[in-house]
Write a protein that binds this ligand. Structure first.
Ligand SMILES: [Zn+2]
Length: 316
């Protein structure tokens, strides 16, 4: 794993990813981001099924994959971003911003960590076990593909399960950091518990509570620049990760996009590359997407209505 941090190696900003642990319950409802079902386009499904049946499928997943696990999307069905998430430059440049981030993230972590894979994650893993899916590229930072049993998962935007020191590069697991925070901030989560939860799962905390929060420090260099190993808004996907993703795409016979509006450039560029190289593209997502005309087949429907059926038809 390249320990260099996602700085602006490609000069290409990525849009919002789950930079603070979204929460699973509380005063926010995924009804805000979980769109209603629509009837399945049967001819489109038949095209999709035949493409997947040919194998060598590379799956690319976005936030829509995890909404059914209770992890809200930053965007609603209309594709509009609902909340301004943490900015890369703000996090890197301000100790206060980092303290605020960690106070909020700490308050939501246990609920986030309790999220479980849903039927869509399980279907992808089943298609992989059946030999049809070669690998998965995900924009999600929740680790749910791996927990469903998928292999060869490339995390385009990193993982909330890892933490790294921006100053010296020392890596930590999120559990380690969480355990320190529990010890350093007794009773904090209970005091923060009544905080309002926003659609991105950010727990709104009183400034006074944030000021008293003891943020994590690096055990090696003593600095306060610990960062979750994810790409914040305004940051960039590390070049080795992008190159690995393009290599996976080059070996594939189909790019299957699941639960992504493709508004995030870091994902959309794979659709463009596939179209350029003559690799078929299938998109299954609810709502509007970017790249009209580029996909070979596009189904505007819930993943739950398509993926279990693909498993029944092809992997049973
Ligand atoms: Zn350090």
């Amino acid at each position: 794993m390249d320990r260099t941090l996602p700085l602006r190696s490609l000069g290409e900003p990525v849009a919002a990813v789950g930079t603070t642990p979204p929460v699973l319950d509380g005063p926010v409802s995924t009804a805000l981001t979980l769109p209603p079902a629509t009837p399945l386009d049967e001819p489109g499904y038949a095209v999709l099924r035949d493409l997947v049946a040919a194998g060598r499928v590379l799956v690319l997943t976005g936030a829509g994959m995890s909404t059914a696990s209770g992890i809200p999307d930053y965007r609603g069905p209309d594709g509009q971003r609902r909340v301004q998430p943490m900015q890369h430059a703000e996090f890197v440049g301000s100790g206060q911003a980092r303290q605020r981030y960690w106070a909020r993230a700490f308050s939501g972590w246990e609920r986030f960590a309790a999220a479980r894979p849903n039927v869509a994650h399980e279907a992808v893993a089943a298609l992989q076990r059946a030999g049809l899916v070669d690998g998965v590229i995900t924009q999600n930072v929740d680790g749910l593909h791996q927990r469903a049993g998928a292999r060869d998962v490339l995390e385009l935007h990193g993982s909330l399960g890892r933490v790294v020191c921006l100053d010296c590069g020392e890596p930590y697991t999120r559990e380690q950091v969480h355990d320190w925070l529990v010890e350093a901030n007794p009773g904090f989560v209970a005091r923060a518990g009544g905080g309002e939860v926003r659609p991105d799962g950010d727990v709104v905390l009183a400034e006074e509570l944030v000021r008293r929060f003891r943020a994590p420090r690096c055990l090696v260099c003593g600095g306060d620049a610990l960062k979750p190993d994810v790409v914040f808004f305004g940051g960039s996907v590390p070049r080795p990760v992008v190159e690995q993703a393009f290599a996976m795409l080059g070996r594939s016979g189909l790019l299957l996009v699941l639960g992504s509006s493709l508004r995030v450039m870091s994902g959309y560029r794979f659709v463009r590359r596939a179209a350029r190289d003559g690799i078929p593209v299938a998109v299954v997502t609810r709502g509007e997407t970017r790249g009209a005309g580029e996909p070979t087949v596009q189904l505007d429907c819930l993943l739950d209505d398509v993926l279990p059926r693909l498993v029944a038809d092809l992997a049973a």
